[in-house]
Ligand binder design. Structure first.
Ligand SMILES: [Zn+2]
Ligand SMILES: [Zn+2]
Length: 209
């Protein structure tokens, strides 16, 4: 861990470098159950960094949204920063995985790579704005009374936000025919052919004439 000589202003912290995806070595660290004691980082004035993998089964909500097909890769850093209101901890990083979702058009499951950047600010203790009405509310800060950051919660939150509302297998997915239910990506639909010769077609022709 790197010792901070001087607490930086929250905006002066250098940007988080683009992670070297896939370069975790032969025995990547399992970060599934890792917690970070933010209070200790503040009192010792150190930057904490880690890179590793999280097991999908430890992220329950994400596993409900779809089948997590790959372990979740995470690169993360937590750094105490000085703010007017006090010392805060800025946590930044990036995570990625592959999740299998059902296409909203054709209903077929497909693998979707998802990635998210992490940039969150925490404080240890109880939010002073809860007790003091005159305290400026720090809207971007999450207060952790026990000062313990659970990595899997942070990662899960970001990945859930990265999920598309309406997942589509390919941008041009033709979907299912509303009439006969055939997968229009694979088979031509028979509805129109029968429409032009069936009884409804005759009726249509009468109506439009
Ligand atoms: Zn589709
Ligand atoms: Zn059809």
């Amino acid at each position: 861990m790197k010792v901070v000589d001087r607490l930086l202003d929250v905006d002066a912290v250098a940007s988080f470098p683009e992670p070297r995806w896939g370069e975790l070595g032969e025995n990547p660290r399992d970060l599934s159950l890792v917690t970070v004691d933010l209070g200790a980082l503040v009192s010792r004035s150190v930057v904490w960094r880690a890179a590793g993998l999280l097991r999908p089964e430890t992220l329950e909500e994400l596993s409900e949204a779809g089948t997590v097909a790959e372990r979740i890769e995470l690169h993360v850093e937590a750094q105490p920063v000085q703010r007017e209101e006090g010392v805060r901890i800025r946590v930044r990083g990036a995570c990625r995985t592959v999740i299998r979702l059902a296409c909203v058009r054709c209903l077929i499951e497909f693998p979707l790579p998802i990635a998210a950047t992490i940039d969150a600010t925490y404080a240890v203790g109880v939010d002073p704005a809860l007790k003091n009405k005159n305290w400026r509310i720090e809207e971007d800060v999450e207060f952790l009374p026990d000062g313990v950051l659970r990595l899997r919660h942070l990662v899960e939150e970001e990945l859930l936000l990265a999920l598309p509302m309406n997942p589509v297998c390919v941008s041009g997915c033709a979907g299912l025919c509303a009439g006969c239910g055939v997968d229009l990506n694979r088979n031509p639909c028979g509805c129109r052919a029968s429409e032009s010769s069936g009884p409804f077609a005759v009726l249509k022709a009468l109506q439009s004439s």
